[in-house]
Design a protein around this ligand. Structure first.
Ligand code: MN
Length: 725
């Protein structure tokens, strides 16, 4: 066996890492990195890889890849330690006390991802898997470290056994390469694809790589020729430029070969020439020269400068015919664009600024990352540039079935939600659940990556009413209600009747009074007999309060001509009120909120005693109320106040005015969904002068929420005003 000095080798690699970091920041803490390196060496002491090499080579190589991705020193340190929690005695606390919270959290994030098994999936599952991966990572740097880890493992994949090599290669193709692409790290994506492709289809890989080797001299001459022609012309025009020529990566040639069903000799643009210049204006100048020197192929010009790709990529692309009728692609970009193309989002990394604590800022980034992952074409790349912490999919949780399918549920969902998401029959027959092999209680909250097994019983077993309080998804809630509606009619009627009578007693209305308006009230609720109403209350399709309010409405209608009975209330302290409003000194009043100004808690309000319809509530600055207050009706105004405990939600109308632009509505919707308020209606229209007017009705708990929502909407680019009606 050769005597190979691993010690010296590792020292050399460490120097490479340090030098790469110094390129971004000459003042970075080299001593600290060195102590991380020594600490990692010590932790992995005595461990070796499949290849027989000392294990520590892997984390150090990963750190080098991460440094080459332009990541910050903390990420590079975390890369050196990325396997230490999983594979050595080192703990999160050890790392935290030695190298700080940030490094420890990054290592922890990578460890969590490592613990989840990603076996090969069908296509539809892959997208969910990618999302889960991102949801678990929280910090985008964790994903980049994980990609670096995978890249080094793929570079040394020949030591894996056949089956593992296939599985890891599929996973690389389906999970890691697309993530690298979406994060904009092109060179890493290409290398991952080629390494995976080589393992998955060695014959096709060899065919293409042999062909490229055979053609190497020819290709080189071809590219050099183009470079010299271009260089001469650009120098003559006084344009500073760097020109690179390359043959496209093997997997992309393979894909072209099969999608276009052509032989290797016939493949279009095997070659690419890249021209990097100083300014955007120069880009377009160079394009002019290229089209002047070589014949362009129609329909192949793409301007990703004016319309960047979702992963922030910018360049001009064109395909032209070179010598001997061989086509090649020219990519023209500035140095800034070049860095973005090489490092993706890390090109804009400003790790020293720390984590943005502004939630609204975070939400905007989140919306952008979402659309990035959903590959929408028209998002603004600038939005994301300074992101470090990204709480992607913070509202979702991703879990597995025992078969390995990924199920996506809202955050906070439990095992009952999971069971109903599989099938209503599974939910209805559910008796218990195992999470990661252990029995859990039915109110267990799902965690990302959990494997859930639902235990079911045969026969007539059904859900319990308590489940309605535990479930988070509407799907589960509706399916449970559905079951009660169908399966338990008699019990529903009995329970509904009991609930209804209990509530009647509380409100002091007698059954006799109810009977006076029974038919019209039932008709308004679309029931033919009172049993149906009881049944609906029983299975949860109708609330008791709502039912009683219907009867109240009818009673008010019936008593229109009778004088309004008022009782004097002794205590002046606010008390609970169903409507959320206390009418000073009066009780048992029917409260109505006026449509003209839609008051919500937090607004100053006044009440107006109507003839027979109770008290109607207006905002005290309401224009129509002001008008009425000056009229002879003055005496009917009463002071009112909001109750301490307010349970219901209130409607409010907002009008957003904005300069019209592409995806304005998408951004407005993103802001609305980030605010998590129910939106009842939304109408958008454009005016003649290029403005958009969006009217919407939202449900809020009070004026504070309205103010926050107006702020959110005002921050959407192009919005000029947000008015409450
Ligand atoms: Mn590793």
């Amino acid at each position: 066996m050769d005597v190979f000095d691993y010690h010296e080798y590792l020292e050399g690699r460490f120097r490479c890492v340090a030098e790469r970091l110094a390129r971004s920041d000459a003042a970075f803490d080299r001593e600290r990195l060195r102590s991380v390196f020594l600490y990692a060496c010590e932790a992995h002491e005595g461990q070796s890889r499949k290849s027989g090499e000392p294990y520590i080579i892997h984390p150090v190589e990963t750190a080098l890849i991460v440094a080459e991705m332009n990541l910050d020193p903390d990420s590079v340190a975390a890369a050196m330690l990325h396997d230490s929690i999983e594979d050595t005695k080192v703990t999160h606390q050890d790392i935290k006390s030695r190298f700080g919270q940030a490094v420890a959290d990054l290592v922890d994030g990578v460890t969590k991802l490592t613990r989840v098994e990603y076996t090969s999936k069908e296509d539809q599952q892959m997208e969910n898997l990618r999302k889960m991966f991102l949801a678990m990572a929280r910090d985008i740097r964790v994903i980049m470290i994980k990609i670096g880890d995978r890249l080094h493992n793929m570079r040394t994949s020949e030591y894996w056994e056949e089956q593992k090599r296939r599985e890891k290669s599929l996973e690389t193709m389906n999970l890691y390469a697309p993530l690298a692409h979406r994060l904009g790290i092109q060179t890493v994506k290409w290398e991952l694809e080629d390494l995976a492709f080589k393992n998955l289809d060695p014959v096709a890989f060899k065919e293409i790589s042999d062909y490229l080797t055979e053609q190497e001299a020819h290709n080189e001459a071809f590219l050099n020729h183009i470079k010299s022609i271009l260089t001469a012309r650009l120098e003559e025009a006084g344009i500073q430029s760097a020109i690179e020529g390359r043959v496209k990566h093997i997997y992309s040639i393979y894909r072209k070969k099969y999608s276009q069903n052509k032989s290797l000799e016939e493949i279009y643009d095997l070659h690419a020439v890249r021209v990097i210049v100083e300014t955007i204006a120069d880009c377009y100048n160079v394009l002019g020269f290229v089209h002047d020197l070589f014949k362009p192929i129609p329909g192949r010009f793409k301007d990703y400068i004016s319309t960047p790709k979702p992963n922030m990529y910018q360049s001009l692309h064109t395909t032209v015919i070179g010598r001997e009728g061989v086509p090649f692609e020219a990519q023209i970009r500035t140095w800034d664009m070049h860095r973005t193309a090489e490092y993706g989002i890390a090109a804009h990394w400003q790790y020293k600024e720390g984590v943005s604590s502004d939630n609204r800022e975070l939400n905007r980034k989140l919306a952008w990352v979402r659309s990035l992952l959903e590959s929408q074409q028209d998002t603004d790349p600038e939005e994301f540039i300074k992101a470090i912490k990204v709480d992607m999919f913070a509202d979702d949780v991703f879990v597995f079935t025992p078969r390995g399918d990924v199920i996506n549920l809202p955050l906070g969902a439990g095992v009952i939600d999971f069971a109903y998401a599989i099938h209503s029959a599974v939910g209805n027959r559910m008796q218990g659940a195992k999470v990661n092999g252990k029995m859990v209680s039915l109110d267990y909250t799902l965690q990302n990556g959990d494997i859930i097994e639902v235990l079911t019983a045969g026969g007539s077993h059904g859900p319990s009413r308590d489940w309605l309080k535990m479930v988070k998804t509407n799907e589960a809630r509706n399916k449970i209600k559905q079951w009660f509606k169908k399966e338990r009619h008699e019990e529903n009627v009995a329970e509904g009747k009991a609930d209804f009578e209990k509530e009647l007693k509380r409100t002091g209305i007698s059954m006799q009074t109810i009977n006076e308006v029974l038919q019209p009230a039932l008709k308004r609720m679309s029931f033919s007999v009172i049993e149906d109403m009881y049944s609906a209350i029983g299975y949860g399709g109708l609330t008791v309060t709502r039912a009683i309010n219907r009867f109240r409405d009818e009673l008010v209608r019936l008593n229109k001509q009778r004088p309004v009975k008022v009782q004097i209330e002794k205590s002046r302290k606010p008390k609970k009120a169903v409507s959320g409003v206390i009418v000073e000194g009066l009780d048992n009043f029917l409260i109505k909120f006026s449509r003209c100004c839609l008051p919500v808690p937090g607004d100053d309000i006044v009440g107006f005693i109507t003839r027979g319809y109770g008290v109607s509530i207006h905002r005290s600055d309401c224009v129509s109320a002001l008008r009425m207050r000056q009229s002879e009706e003055k005496g009917r105004w009463v002071p009112v106040q909001w109750a301490e405990e307010i349970k219901q939600s209130y409607q409010t109308d907002l009008t957003v005015t904005a300069h019209d632009r592409a995806s304005l509505l998408v951004d407005v919707m993103a802001a609305l969904s980030a605010a998590k308020l129910p939106i009842n209606t939304l109408h958008a229209r454009t005016t003649g002068d290029n403005m958009s007017i969006i009217r919407l009705t939202a449900e809020v708990s009070g004026s504070e929420q309205i103010a926050a929502l107006r702020n959110d909407l005002a921050r959407v680019s192009g919005v000029t005003s947000v008015k409450r009606e």
